[in-house]
Every structure is written in C-alpha cells, then in structure tokens.
Write a new protein. Structure first.
Ligand SMILES: Nc1ncnc2c1ncn2[C@@H]1O[C@H](COP(=O)(O)OP(=O)(O)O)[C@@H](O)[C@H]1O
Ligand SMILES: [Mg+2]
Length: 241
C-alpha cells in the first residue's frame, strides 16, 4: 500500500477574467517532504498557492489534503484541515501586535493546545518573543517574514505553503529562512515552497516542478533538476556556476 500524500493536485485549471492562468497542473507533496515550485514571474505560482489555500476557486481539477478533497472549501476550513500559507509579500497585519498576529494564525485552536503551540512557535522564533507587544509594522522585513511563517505554524499545519519567503531579504536572513525551512521539515511538516532563489530551493527540496505559462514544464528530483541544462541555463546562471 502506498502512503497517502500530504497534498495531491490533479489537473488543476484556474481561469480569471476570461484568461486561463493555470492549465492542468498536477503535483504531489509527500507526507513530511519538501517540494519546490520554480518559474519566472507571472507563470502562475502565486495563483497556484492561493487556489490551494481556498482564496481562488479552481475551474476544474482536484486538490486532496491527506487524501481528503478540499477544492471549493472556504479558507478557514482548509486551515483547520491542516494547510497553512505564508503568503507572498508577507502580509502581516501591520497595525496589530506580534502577539495578535500569532493569535490570528491559530484559527480554531484554543485552550491548552493553543498555549502549547504558542510556546512551540516562540521557541522557534525567540526574537518574536521579545517583540510580542510591538506592532508588526515596526519589524524589519526579515522579522516580518519570520512572523508570517510563525503565524502559519500557529495552526499546526500538516502542509505549509511558503510563497517567496526569501524575496528582498539580506543574505544573512535568507540563510536563516532556509535553515528554518529545514528545521520545520525535521519537525514532520510537509512544505510546498515557491522561490526565486532556485539554488537554495533545490538544495532544501526533495523534488521540484518548473512552471511555464501556467503549466508544469519540467519536474524531477531536486538533485536531477540542479544538473538539468534547462534549469541551469534559465535559473542558475548557466553551466559552471
Ligand atoms: N486576481 C487576478 N485576476 C486576473 N489575473 C491575475 C490575478 N492574479 C494574477 N493574475 C495573472 O495571472 C498570471 C500569474 O500570476 P501569478 O500567479 O501572480 O504568477 P507568479 O506568482 O508566478 O509570479 C499573471 O499573468 C497575472 O497577471
Ligand atoms: Mg508570485
């Protein structure tokens, strides 16, 4: 018997404003695995993430979270079933405190389970603990990204979606983000990662998909994609780099 995947997407189609943005996208994230989705600006990566988390509606195709169909369900129910997203552009609530942002991520979690999760998340982000009473908008870009990921972890997800978590951050912070991804994975959470930093993404991921024009153009184990001339030329600055 083969294990049920954390996420199984089959032939997903999304249309918006009369345009087909995603065309028959199929992908799998195994339980506890890290899978990356790569591709140039505008190919549909964020649309894919938003459709998985219930913000956009699929025109056709299926989405299964741990074997259960979730397409068409409202976002809060999808979060409750174990899928959380740290969206592109971070999108923390700037006028709310760090604590309030984290509480919002907890969704339906309450009581002892909430307290335990809150402690777990703050253990991962000691810096956020020091800033709990501070407005989220006063944090640096890197700190806001940590808060955004911390907020997603507050729902104890089985699958975490990360949309461009390292975008626009200093190299030192980028390294912290990738270390964090590895450590979240070590805790048993599966991750679907969209990244501009293709080199780092293919290092942390087990498997990758390359999107072009709303379709999956190429896929394979991360180690294989790193050596693929099409990936090297388009995303890794050519051979020898
Ligand atoms: N809400 C929307 N309505 C109409 N078109 C959209 C919307 N969001 C994104 N698009 C279009 O969908 C395509 C894919 O965008 P996006 O998913 O943001 O790509 P990526 O994340 O890969 O840069 C782009 O052509 C973009 O203009
Ligand atoms: Mg995007």
């Amino acid at each position: 018997m083969s294990a049920v995947a954390a996420l199984q997407v089959e032939r997903l189609v999304v249309r918006m404003g009369g345009q087909q943005i995603l065309s028959e996208v199929s992908l799998t994230v195994p339980e506890g695995g890290v899978v990356t989705v790569l591709g140039a600006n505008g190919v549909g990566k964020t649309t894919l993430m938003r459709t998985l988390s219930g913000i956009y509606r699929a025109s056709s195709g299926s989405i299964a979270l741990a074997g259960e169909a979730i397409a068409g369900q409202p976002s809060h129910r999808i979060v409750a079933k174990g899928l959380a997203q740290a969206p592109e552009g971070r999108q923390v609530f700037s006028n709310m405190t760090v604590r309030e942002n984290l509480v919002l991520g907890a969704g339906a979690l309450a009581g002892r389970e909430f307290e335990r999760t809150f402690d777990d998340v703050l253990l991962r982000f000691p810096l956020l603990r020091e800033r709990l009473a501070q407005q989220a908008g006063s944090l640096s870009g890197g700190e806001q990204q940590m808060l955004c990921i911390g907020r997603a972890l507050m729902s104890r997800p089985r699958l975490l979606l990360l949309d461009e978590p390292s975008l626009g951050l200093a190299p030192k912070i980028v390294k912290q983000i990738f270390d964090l991804i590895a450590s979240i994975r070590a805790g048993g959470t599966a991750i679907l990662l969209v990244e501009q930093n293709v080199r780092a993404a293919l290092k942390v991921a087990d498997y990758g998909y390359v999107m072009e024009g709303g379709r999956i153009a190429l896929e394979g184990p991360a180690a294989q994609l790193r050596e693929d001339p099409r990936v090297r030329d388009a995303y890794l600055g050519g051979a020898g780099h």
